[in-house]
Structure formats: structure tokens, C-alpha cells
Design a protein around this ligand. Structure first.
Ligand code: IMP
Length: 189
């Protein structure tokens, strides 16, 4: 089967392919159009649905979108849906988040991913995943992307960037959502 991924983020593309496996043939929106889809929604779901709908309309093929973000409890859920726009690049975003959090004791945070699989006109399914953890006091590790150097999942005292891709792909928000998607595909085919 063929799925068009509604993202340009190479890290997300790599993770999605690793998690879903090689039985699927992948294309990306960039195979059809060179465009950045604006995120104008108020929720991850709205953004994900907009990306999947657009990609389906452009490609005419089943499309899968991922909108994700990091929700920090002591920052009232910020950066949340603004995760990709919280600063000009990953380094600025991390510096800003650590500065805003300061030395606060409550460092609880939640990574959330909302996938929308848009497979025919006005027909779609939603798959959500969460990964709870804590924000480190300083960036550590070199693997992954985005906020991985400051997010310590579950009871781990290491960040996603230190734990590496193998461990991340066992427990991440993306894995949890895509495991539901995989089950849905297996039920259908
Ligand atoms: P969007 O889904 O394209 O809006 O981007 C979400 C943003 O959240 C990314 O640019 C990253 O900064 C961050 N993010 C989402 N998932 C992850 C992850 O697995 N690790 C680190 N950062 C992530």
C-alpha cells in the first residue's frame, strides 16, 4: 500500500518509517508540491486534519499527517501547539523553554502526537499518542530532534537524545499513536 506523508520534517519522516515498517510504500507532500502548510488551528487535531486533508486533495492518495507538541505543566501547557514556532530554531526553542521554566520544581511535561489518516473524500481516522516525562535542567545528548535533548521520558533520568532512537521508538508519543494506526490498517486489509 501507498501512503503520502504530510510533512517535510525529515526526522519525523524517518521515525514514522521506522515505526510503521517497510511493508508500506511512502511518498511525501514534497513529491507533489513544494509548500509549507500554515498551522492555523487551535488544537493538534485541527492542524493535523488540515495537513492530511490538504495532502489528500493534492495527491489524491491516502495521506497521513502528524501534528505534535510538548506540553509543559508549569508553563500552562506551553509551548504546546506552538512547539514548532516557539523560537527560530531548535536551539532557541530549548533555551527559551529552559529560561521560562527556570528552577521550578515541577518539571512535568507531556509529548503529544495526533495523526490523521485521510483516505477518501471526507473520510478520515484519528490516532493519538502521549508520552509523559520531565524537563531536564540542561540539554543533554545528540540523537533525535526538536526538544529531545531536554525531555526525559517516564522514570528515565536520561533525555530522549541520550537514550537514542531505538529506545525512543519503543515508548514515544509517535510510537503510541502509530501502533494504533498499525492495528487499524491490519484490521482493514
Ligand atoms: P509540528 O507537528 O510540525 O507542528 O511540529 C511539532 C514540533 O514539536 C517540532 O518542530 C518539534 O519541535 C516538537 N516535537 C514534536 N515531536 C517531537 C519529538 O518526538 N521530539 C522532539 N521534539 C518534538
Amino acid at each position: 500500500m501507498l501512503i503520502v506523508l504530510a510533512t517535510k520534517n525529515q526526522h519525523k519522516i524517518k521515525e514514522i518509517k521506522e515505526i510503521l515498517g517497510a511493508d508500506i510504500h511512502y511518498q511525501t507532500l514534497s513529491d507533489y508540491l513544494n509548500i509549507d502548510i500554515k498551522e492555523a488551528g487551535r488544537t493538534l487535531m485541527e492542524n493535523s486534519l488540515a495537513k492530511a486533508t490538504f495532502t489528500f486533495k493534492v495527491s489524491g492518495k491516502p495521506s497521513l499527517a502528524d501534528d505534535s507538541g510538548l506540553f509543559v505543566e508549569a508553563l500552562d501547557g506551553e509551548p504546546g501547539i506552538h512547539s514548532s514556532r516557539y523560537g527560530i530554531d531548535d536551539e532557541h526553542r530549548i533555551t527559551k523553554l529552559l529560561k521560562n521554566l527556570g528552577t521550578k520544581k515541577n518539571r512535568k511535561a507531556l509529548f503529544k502526537a495526533v495523526f490523521v489518516y485521510y483516505y477518501a473524500l471526507n473520510k478520515y481516522e484519528v490516532f493519538e499518542g502521549e508520552c509523559a516525562g520531565e524537563i531536564a535542567y540542561e540539554p543533554c545528548g545528540t540523537e533525535g530532534f526538536g526538544y529531545d535533548p531536554i525531555f526525559m521520558p517516564g522514570k528515565y533520568k536520561k533525555t530522549f537524545a541520550q537514550l537514542g532512537q531505538k529506545v525512543k521508538n519503543r515508548i514515544s508519543h509517535r510510537t503510541k499513536a502509530l501502533t494504533k494506526f498499525k492495528k487499524y490498517l491490519q484490521r482493514d486489509f
